[in-house]
Design a protein around this ligand. Structure first.
Ligand code: KIV
Ligand code: ZN
Length: 354
């Protein structure tokens, strides 16, 4: 029996932090409805205190979406939390996502504070959020560069304060997959009460390791993956939803399952790309234009004999009709014959050779 991994989509919050990617409320509602259809469990709809537009979008998404949890981000500041709770008023399943930086960089330079003071603020923000909603998610910003012992103390304290989900972000995309996995394992083994809550991964892609780190976190006990469509997000982006979902689907030996209807991935990906004016790189895993294209003669021949020779995913599983056999200078007889047949031309061997 597989364990469920909750998919938390932050395309409309972290994804929307990309310069030049702003969506209006109506567009955000459209994306949220599409994410609901895809099977996303939690939609992070915005950061209500950050702008009137974000506030209104959280309100309208809360009204429009039926079954996924709707989440709103806050800092560890009471007025942020109060405003987030107001924005979530119409949500059927509201969640407040509050938290604070826990790494030495954040404690010393961002807050000019001490580890003890930060721990107190962490507990305080969770307790305050609990006055408004039952489902409170805490994030330890820059957990990737936070000492594990201190992080464990913070996580234990926020669980005691009532957090239902604890998010361990690698905010700067710094961790190695082994290091990030060990961090999650350390927490699973050293924090009292950790099995009563869900541990989340939230990885950034600054060194191209966001998906690997997310997977390593899941393999060590995390059960919520925070992701965006096409991996869009701050700087080099966030973990891609499509990559995590298809890894778990392709590797059934991991016994981890999601609620995502993978056949809808391609259409959601295209919608987000065009609405946000963010073209997808052609070689992007799963959703890039070339992800299922074969151009060299050896590969084309192999795929035409048996698709699985060079394809680990059936393109239909992500909503793409078929793979592409692209005629290039490196194509051979097999590809040419295939293309001619698809055009209704049946060529005999000699003619084909010629
Ligand atoms: O990257 C990060 O740490 C975040 C938090 C606000 C969850 O986006
Ligand atoms: Zn982030």
């Amino acid at each position: 029996m597989s364990d469920k991994v909750y998919i938390f989509d932050t395309t409309l919050r972290d994804g929307e932090q990309v310069p030049g990617c702003r969506l209006n409320t109506q567009e955000k509602v459209e994306v949220a409805k599409k994410l609901e259809g895809l099977g996303v469990d939690i939609i992070e709809a915005g950061f209500p205190v950050s702008s009137p537009g974000d506030f209104t979008s959280v309100v309208e998404i809360s009204k429009a979406v039926t079954w996924p949890t709707i989440c709103a981000l806050t800092r560890a500041v009471e007025s942020d939390i109060k405003i987030a709770a107001e924005a979530l008023h119409f949500a059927k399943r509201p969640r407040i996502h509050t938290g604070i930086g826990t790494s030495p960089y954040h404690i010393k330079y961002k807050f000019n504070s001490t580890p003890e003071e930060i721990l107190e603020r962490a507990v305080g923000c969770v307790k305050y959020a609990k006055k408004f909603v039952e489902d409170v998610q805490f994030y330890a910003e820059d957990a990737g560069r936070t000492d594990n012992e201190y992080l464990a103390r913070v996580v234990e304290a926020v669980i005691k304060a009532g957090a239902t989900v604890v998010n361990i972000p690698d905010t700067t995309g710094y961790c190695l997959p082994s290091e990030f996995g060990e961090k999650i394992k350390y927490l699973m083994e050293h924090v009292d009460g950790i099995h009563k809550v869900t541990i989340a991964t939230h990885c950034h892609n600054d060194l191209g390791m966001a998906t690997a780190n997310t997977l390593s976190g899941l393999m060590n006990g995390a059960r919520q993956a925070e992701v965006t469509i096409n991996g869009i997000g701050e700087r080099a982006g966030n973990t891609s939803l499509e990559e995590v979902v298809m890894i778990l689907k392709s590797h059934s030996e991991l016994n981890l399952d999601t609620n995502i209807n993978s056949k809808k991935i391609a259409s959601v990906s295209r919608m987000v790309s065009s609405m946000m004016n963010m073209p997808i790189q052609p070689n992007k895993a799963i959703v890039g234009r070339n992800a299922f294209a074969h151009s060299s003669g050896i590969h084309q021949d192999g795929v035409l004999k048996n698709r699985e020779s060079y394809e680990i995913i059936d393109p239909k599983d992500v909503g793409i009709d078929e793979n592409a056999i692209v005629l290039t200078a490196r194509s051979g007889r097999a590809a040419l014959k295939h293309r001619l047949e698809s055009l209704g031309v049946n060529m005999e061997k000699e003619a084909l050779d010629k």
